[in-house]
Design a protein around this ligand. Sequence first.
Ligand code: F6P
Length: 548
Amino acid sequence: MSQARPVPTDLDEWKALAAHQARIRDAHLREMFAADPGRADRFSARVGDVFLDYSKNRIDAETIRLLIALAERSGLRAGIEAMFTGEKINVTEKRAVLHTALRAPRDERILVDGKDVVPGVHEVLDRMAAFSDRVRSGAWKGATGKRIRNVVNVGIGGSDLGPAMAYEALQAFSDRSMRFGFVSNVDATDFVETVRGMDPAETLFIVASKTFTTLETMNNARTAREWLLATLKDESAVRDHFVAVSTNAAEVSKFGIDTDNMFGFWDWVGGRYSYDSSVGLSLMLAIGPDGFRDMLAGFRLVDEHFRTTPLESNLPALLGLVGLWYDDFFGAETVAILPYSQYLARFPAYLQQLDMESDGKSVDREGRPITTYQTGPIVWGQPGTNGQHAYYQLIHQGTKLIPCDFIGFCKPNNELGIHHDLLMANFFAQTEALAFGKTAEEVRAEGVAEAQVPHRTFRGNHPTNTLLVDRELTPNVLGQLVAIYEHKVFTQGWIWNINSFDQWGVELGKVLANRIVPQLQSPTEPALEHDGSTNALIRRYRRIRRGG
Ligand code: F6P
């Protein structure tokens, strides 16, 4: 694994794909479907409750064969094994990458530096479960003896997006007598609006931070403590109203949270891969330990599939390969994630961090600048059908190629009139319209005036993946979906030969912000040594903020 890998674009398999792309880039999905009645069957895969139809992509059997050849040549199989067995594939931080251990069964052994990590995973899960049961049953009391009715997770990035997304996704399974809030932004509005109407005596804060040094989280946590103590007065109340989720026990106790009330995780869990660790404590409080374990089982099911299934029918790997096809051979810069489920409203935002922080890299694992190929795409999206009435216009008729993932469910969580069939009719209609479009002849045949014909023509040939879930959204299904995308991101990152598990790109802004804080707060005019633009903006801000 330590040997420098060739630059991907130098590989014969890459070149074969480029030549193949030149041959099929103008082929239309209309023709491809007409020529092959078995296409929908051929280009499909399944894992657990998730069925993937990837036939509405600009691919043929040869494309998949060549993409798999590229994956094999890039050592994807060995890479998967290296991840699952705890090799230190996060090379810049010299860490194992073992979010898959978070859902390993008790009897599995996974060694990191010679130590089995699985018992520790289950010990924390058991402590989380015992704590959740106490809070949910009312046995855990606040400082004044009241039971906890509000839970506020204070965290940001991976310590927020996962639990916030999953809480929203699984509201149907949550204890409705409790209120859950998520404070992430250092903008005071986030805190103020989240705790509005909450009784401090009934509120539990979970301070979630892998490092326990993140500026936004630490500031919000201090504000939370002041808010609590403004009512409860006695410093000892912190013990009953604050718990921490972190890898950094020293900082947790420095903050004033008893490490008995700390739920740990490990440096081999990346922040954006962490909500199935103790970072998901707020979620466990909402859906209960059984629901949480059911979600872990969903993750696990996909992990096993990814690790053992040949690439030809390996759903996350295929999703990754098809995505890479557009990203690198069609020059696509973006991917839209379009869940047809209101409960998955925050899923695209969650995937943004998962994908963009993982694969937004321009240096390879050997430290060489990447100049001949693209890495991670821009990820975005919103739940359907809202997007249809907003930005789908550009997907249908704009000048850009935007591959889309459509995620839908055969069964609704809320059965109400014809809502679900209407939702799903739109779901199916959109991928059909995107793929096949509407020709100028078809428009003319409708009697449309000639001048309008170009405007009303849909060229089609827009690629989509359809992920159709056999059932409704459940904790188990959510686990499956998240694991599918984790492994999709891994597949792509591995072939691009990047480290998907560090995030140095976020550091510079943090350092500069820390420098600027005292400059904004200084009572006297500070000496500024930024560029001309930043100096002038800071001065302007200071003047106006101080009423000048
Ligand atoms: O700045 C980016 C980042 O490090 C993410 O990778 C991480 O999820 C987030 O900040 C929060 O970090 P922490 O959990 O250490 O507060």
